[in-house]
Design a protein around this ligand. Structure first.
Ligand SMILES: *[C@@H]1O[C@H](CO)[C@@H](O)[C@H](O)[C@H]1NC(C)=O
Ligand SMILES: *[C@@H]1O[C@H](CO)[C@@H](O)[C@H](O)[C@H]1NC(C)=O
Ligand SMILES: *[C@@H]1O[C@H](CO)[C@@H](O)[C@H](O)[C@H]1NC(C)=O
Length: 258
């Protein structure tokens, strides 16, 4: 059983699937971190979505951020993506939607494509209406890759192959399943988590095909222990079924990365 200990970053590290030693990567010169995922790592992309309910650019979010202002992070301070970049000696990857396509420099130390509410499946964000699903996030990297090509193709290849591609996604797909009697009728939980794994892997393979070689994929946490679950649970304990399938998903993810 995965145990959420309240420290997002420790959690992020301990259940990472391809566990690179961060210090080692730093020594090997990681030029950039490209981040894909959901609200755990969104650094402000959803601020730019015209009709999304999944936004966080208002108080009291950001009270513990260095600027003390809300940024769009679903968090009081820095999130896991910020700490990951920090560990690698890089600035936080800026939100993709905040960047100008004319400015190559702003894409060189990393870009975040993450979007609160997003899932591995296209259909997962429908509750929020306007998150950016994973396949679109990967499309967005393909646009960045075209910008990097302006450096010349061998320098761009070098950049892509040495950069870290980090994924923190999957919780929303599981919430979606457990909240939908329709989905439960269509698939067993095992079939559903298996499909999550293969769909995520398809996206990793698209990046591999354009030269990405360093991947970091976090499993999902103990989603049955989020406050909402505990409030609706009669004894205010965690939802054991949700936690069980989160672990099953993580096992599948680990297996698929070998
Ligand atoms: C390749 O990228 C690394 C890391 O950014 C850099 O140190 C190195 O100079 C680059 N090599 C070439 C040939 O561009
Ligand atoms: C391009 O991006 C860099 C890094 O984000 C920034 O320092 C610079 O001011 C930008 N240049 C222009 C012309 O906006
Ligand atoms: C998800 O949507 C993209 C377009 O945004 C499409 O290319 C892709 O085939 C869709 N994937 C699935 C599994 O429906």
């Amino acid at each position: 059983m995965v145990k959420m200990d309240g420290n997002n970053f420790i959690f992020f590290l301990t259940i990472c699937v391809l566990s690179w030693r961060m210090e080692l990567l730093k020594a090997q010169m990681v030029p950039a971190v490209y981040v894909f995922g959901d609200s755990l790592v969104d650094v402000g992309n959803n601020n730019f979505l015209p009709v999304s309910f999944a936004k966080a650019n208002f108080p009291h979010n950001g009270v513990d951020f260095p600027t003390r202002k809300p940024t769009g992070r679903f968090c009081n301070g820095k999130n896991a993506a910020d700490f990951l970049a920090e560990k690698l000696g890089l600035p936080s990857s800026p939100p993709y939607l905040s960047l100008s396509t004319n400015n190559i420099t702003s894409h060189l130390t990393g870009v975040s494509f993450a979007s609160g509410g997003a899932g591995i499946f296209n259909s997962t964000d429908r509750v929020f209406g306007q998150a950016i699903p994973l396949s679109d996030q990967v499309d967005d990297f393909m646009s960045v890759n075209k910008i990097l090509m302006k450096l010349g193709s061998s320098a761009a290849q070098n950049q892509t192959s040495k950069s870290l591609f980090a994924f923190v996604i999957g919780s929303n797909d599981l919430f979606d399943y457990f909240g939908s009697s329709n989905l439960r009728k269509q698939k067993t939980p095992q079939q559903y988590v298996d499909l999550m794994v293969t769909t995520l892997k398809q996206q990793l393979m698209r990046l591999y095909a354009v030269g990405a070689r360093r991947f970091f994929s976090a499993g999902v946490g103990a989603i049955g222990c989020i406050p909402l679950e505990r409030v609706i649970n009669k004894n205010h304990g965690c939802n054991a079924e949700n936690n069980f399938w989160a672990v099953k998903y993580n096992d599948g993810l680990k297996g698929s990365m070998r």
